[in-house]
Design a protein around this ligand. Structure first.
Ligand SMILES: Cc1cc2nc3c(=O)[nH]c(=O)nc-3n(C[C@H](O)[C@H](O)[C@H](O)COP(=O)(O)OP(=O)(O)OC[C@H]3O[C@@H](n4cnc5c(N)ncnc54)[C@H](O)[C@@H]3O)c2cc1C
Length: 319
């Protein structure tokens, strides 16, 4: 019997598993995806009719920022090993009609081979004698007893639910989770670059909220943009994501100056919480909960901080 089942193989779940294994506890990580990473998601371009088939695109998180010391140490190691690159501290500001100016902010970091590779890197560092990664397994039920937890025919001393509240709360009874917002991510491959920005916040537009230049963030210069919709637009197209494309392409043409040679649309039903709770995690009885719905901001760094903190707290509880 493993000590802890971690449900969710995104960055929060793998951070939690890392903290537990560091303390010598045994862990099963269960994820329903064919690959780990969750919303640090990459998609491989196929059948685009362009020169970019086989190239990966970040279709989930656009980038991440760093101001936590522990996360910063991890990111420093990734930079040293070439897995992460500083991208930009300056995005453009746009509205639906065009690009208006620039705005500087924190340094944003990206991953040359895609953000998913960061979670995969953490997973490969987990000791195989303590941690078993099992996927794809869709956890549909968590049975909580007085002395343990049962999931998919295995018994555990406790469970850590690491991911979006609506996905994890279906497994246990929970009150007062924040609302989660959807996003459509449109990947657009061009014949050539027709724009001059790394990324752009699109303000006061009902269709787009953000644009990222995937070629500049990944460092290969490919003419690929990823456009994120507003939650309101996404909510109207969840049943058939491609129906969001005409409106998104029309604004994209205004901002990039051209229509792409190829596009695809990725649906994120639970892209981010409307707000993240200030507490780093919850641990009630044998059930822990972590992810970017915790630790103050709905961001990649918060997900790692939350998972790491939950793993440490569960270690204390199980000792
Ligand atoms: C469109 C978009 C844009 C974003 N932009 C940014 C950004 O610019 N900057 C930033 O810092 N962050 C951004 N984020 C947020 C960032 O991606 C998340 O904060 C982070 O990836 C959350 O990690 P997590 O481990 O908490 O959750 P997730 O990555 O969602 O991982 C949860 C895992 O649980 C698994 N799972 C769910 N239900 C089950 C089940 N029943 N059984 C088994 N497995 C299950 C899923 O397969 C998934 O792998 C963005 C996210 C999206 C979607």
């Amino acid at each position: 019997m493993a000590d802890v089942a971690v449900v969710g193989g995104g960055i929060s779940g793998i951070a939690c598993a890392t903290a537990l294994a560091d303390a010598g506890l045994t862990v099963d990580v269960l994820d329903r995806g064919h690959r780990l990473g969750g919303r640090l998601a990459t998609q491989t371009l196929r059948d685009t009719g362009t020169a970019y088939d086989g190239r990966v695109v970040d279709v989930g998180a656009s980038y991440f920022t760093v101001d936590d010391a522990g996360f910063g140490e991890l990111v420093g190691d990734w930079i040293d090993r070439g897995l992460v690159r500083p991208w930009t501290d300056t995005f453009h500001i746009a509205d639906g009609a065009g690009v208006l100016g620039t705005k500087s902010g924190p340094l944003r970091y990206a991953a040359p081979r895609g953000l998913r590779t960061l979670v995969e890197d953490l997973a490969t560092q987990l000791p195989s004698d303590l941690v078993e990664i099992r996927h794809p397994i869709d956890v549909t039920r968590v049975d909580i007893g007085d002395k343990g937890v049962r999931i998919a025919d295995r018994d555990y001393r406790a469970v850590a639910l690491c991911g979006p509240d609506p996905q994890m709360d279906a497994l246990v009874t929970v009150d007062h989770a924040p609302m989660w917002e959807p996003v459509m991510a449109l990947v657009a491959v061009y014949d050539e670059r027709t724009w001059d920005f790394d990324g752009a916040f699109v303000n006061d537009d009902p269709v787009l909220s953000f644009l990222a230049d995937d070629g500049s963030r990944r460092g290969d210069g490919a003419p690929v943009l990823v456009a994120h919709s507003t939650p309101v637009l996404a909510a109207g197209h969840l049943a058939e994501p491609v129906t969001a494309a005409p409106a998104m392409l029309a604004v994209l043409r205004n901002l990039s100056g051209a229509m792409p040679a190829w596009f695809s649309v990725k649906r994120w039903t639970y892209a981010r919480p409307a707000h993240a709770r200030p507490e780093p995690f919850a641990l009630e009885g044998l059930v822990g909960r972590a992810g970017d719905g915790w630790a103050g901001q709905p961001r990649t760094q918060s997900a790692w901080v939350s998972g790491d903190a939950l793993g440490r707290a569960m270690t204390e509880m199980l000792r």
